[in-house]
Write a protein that binds this ligand. Structure first.
Ligand SMILES: Nc1ncnc2c1ncn2[C@@H]1O[C@H](COP(=O)(O)OP(=O)(O)OP(=O)(O)O)[C@@H](O)[C@H]1O
Ligand SMILES: [Mg+2]
Length: 238
């Protein structure tokens, strides 16, 4: 059963068409890796799925809800669709604990004491238990990313969108654990080896379209289009 269904999605910034008819389905429990050159529209795609960007054409359905329907309650949608941004988007004036407790407490109405226990649990999970009182600028880049992941996990989303995480430290294992726990993951990555290893499917974006999509290992081993072929040889040579 598909959890996420994109049909002919068009996204423009002014005259510039960034997504030019993107169609994609993601089944529940799948990990789909999204790869492609810089500027091909990967981050934009994730932002549209989460309803952070309006679209100019097509439909995005998540679990039966049309994300781009003006009547859709986007804050409700975001209870189920988490996003870990390329730039983390942590709250700099809040501690690690407060970064995590804010949304469960304010958006979901989880009592603060319970939200704090939840913060401890997710921080332990990402290996940051001892940083509970630290502020984002007191954390390394890798640790900030783990905090952003912990913050997302605390909301227990059905679908989690990862925008090109640095696959260092505990992160690869965490992603595999999340998938094992039944979470559906859409992962933008430049790490082809990791995509091949953990993803069920891979989507190659090129010029605002899904150029190729299929089972991860087979698609990456035998590209059907010269565009994917040359993309892979360029990244694998680096
Ligand atoms: N807010 C914006 N306003 C105007 N143009 C934008 C905006 N955001 C993105 N774009 C343009 O959309 C295109 C796709 O950008 P996007 O960030 O989705 O690429 P990407 O595939 O994530 O690249 P990267 O691998 O470098 O992160 C780029 O040409 C970019 O300049
Ligand atoms: Mg990007």
């Amino acid at each position: 059963m598909s959890l996420l269904d994109l049909k002919d999605v068009v996204k423009r910034y002014g005259q510039h068409t960034v997504l030019n008819g993107v169609s994609l389905t993601v089944a529940k429990g799948q990990i789909i890796a999204v790869i492609g050159r810089s500027g091909s529209g990967k981050s934009t795609l994730l932002r549209c799925v989460n309803g952070l960007e309006p679209i100019q054409g097509g439909t995005i359905s998540f679990d039966g809800t049309v994300v781009n329907d003006p009547g859709t309650d986007l804050s409700k949608l975001r209870l189920h669709v988490g996003i870990v941004f390329q730039s983390f988007n942590l709250f700099p004036h809040l501690s690690a604990e407060e970064n995590i407790t804010l949304a469960p407490n304010v958006v979901k109405g989880v009592p603060l004491a319970e939200a704090r226990r939840l913060a401890q649990t997710v921080l332990r999970k990402v290996g940051l238990a001892e940083k509970i009182d630290a502020y984002p600028d007191q954390l390394s880049g890798g640790q900030q990313q783990c905090l952003a992941i912990a913050r997302s996990l605390a909301m227990a989303p059905q679908l989690i969108l990862f925008d090109d995480p640095e696959l260092v430290g505990a992160v690869p294992k965490l992603l595999e654990e999340m998938a094992r726990d039944g979470m559906t993951i859409m992962l933008v990555t430049h790490d082809i080896g990791f995509a091949c290893k953990v993803a069920d499917r891979v989507a190659f974006m090129h010029q605002g379209r899904i150029w190729e999509e299929g089972p991860a290992a087979a698609t990456l081993a035998r590209p059907r289009t010269p565009e994917l072929g040359s993309f892979l040889s360029a990244v694998l040579l680096h």
